[in-house]
Ligand binder design. Structure first.
Ligand SMILES: Nc1nc2c(ncn2[C@@H]2O[C@H](COP(=O)(O)OP(=O)(O)OP(=O)(O)O)[C@@H](O)[C@H]2O)c(=O)[nH]1
Ligand SMILES: [Mg+2]
Length: 211
């Protein structure tokens, strides 16, 4: 399912606009849709707070978008355990891989998805793992959870956050990880190149829409 929302610090729609593409992948029923709704709610709320700060400080606020509008495109895709996806994945700014703490198969599915993403996009692609359903995971082996965390965070250098999407616990740290990973892996040169590319794309789109 695809969703889109726009964050803006000013009312000036003439200002330059950026697009942030997020792909959420995970096994069936792990909580992708629930997580996506929570994430959007936090992102919009955060942007409202930043907007107030921006107005008060007359343009000194942040959210990393410096007065421009940011359109966030999210898509969630259900993957199967051994063959995550048959076709090429959409290229995006950050991949979020959701698994359920109470379903081992769902972890295997996102590990296989990660392999496929790296094959497609290369090793520097920003990835954040989300371990969902902490509210019902008390009986899950703690050592296993710590081992997974070390493996994902230290060895693979991907983000990893344990959350409960249903109870809205620790969703904000996922947003922090998304931003952090994006900053870490997208170099300033690449950002410039992407921005130029999206400008060119916009002008082509505009030209077609006038005919
Ligand atoms: N206990 C618990 N249940 C959750 C949590 N997040 C989602 N669920 C439940 O898990 C079920 C599936 O949630 P969805 O958000 O629809 O999962 P999904 O990954 O989008 O599912 P598909 O689109 O069918 O692949 C629903 O019954 C949710 O209420 C959570 O953090 N804890
Ligand atoms: Mg869903």
């Amino acid at each position: 399912m695809a969703r889109q929302f726009t964050l803006s610090l000013t009312e000036n729609s003439e200002k330059e606009e950026d697009t942030f593409k997020l792909t959420v992948l995970g096994h069936k029923g792990v909580g992708k849709s629930t997580f996506n709704c929570r994430l959007m709610k936090h992102w919009i709320e955060l942007s409202r707070q930043e907007k107030k700060k921006w107005k008060r400080s007359k343009g000194c606020g942040d959210l990393g978008i410096k007065g421009r509008s940011l359109t966030v495109d999210t898509v969630d895709i259900t993957v199967k355990a051994r063959f995550p996806f048959m076709q090429k994945l959409p290229s995006c700014d950050v991949y979020v891989l959701v698994y359920s703490l109470v379903c081992d198969g769902s972890f295997e599915a996102v590990v296989a998805a990660r392999d496929q993403i790296i094959q497609q996009e290369g090793p520097l692609v920003p990835i954040v793992f989300v371990a969902n359903k902490t509210d019902i995971a008390d009986s899950v082996d703690k050592t296993e959870r710590v081992y997974r965390d070390l493996n994902i965070s230290c060895e693979w250098e991907n983000g990893h956050v344990e959350i409960s999407a249903e109870r809205d616990t620790s969703v904000l740290p996922v947003l922090e990880q998304i931003m952090k990973r994006h900053q870490k892996y997208v170099s300033p040169g690449e950002k410039k190149r992407r921005s130029k590319f999206s400008k060119a794309l916009r002008s082509i789109r505009n030209r077609f829409s006038t005919h």
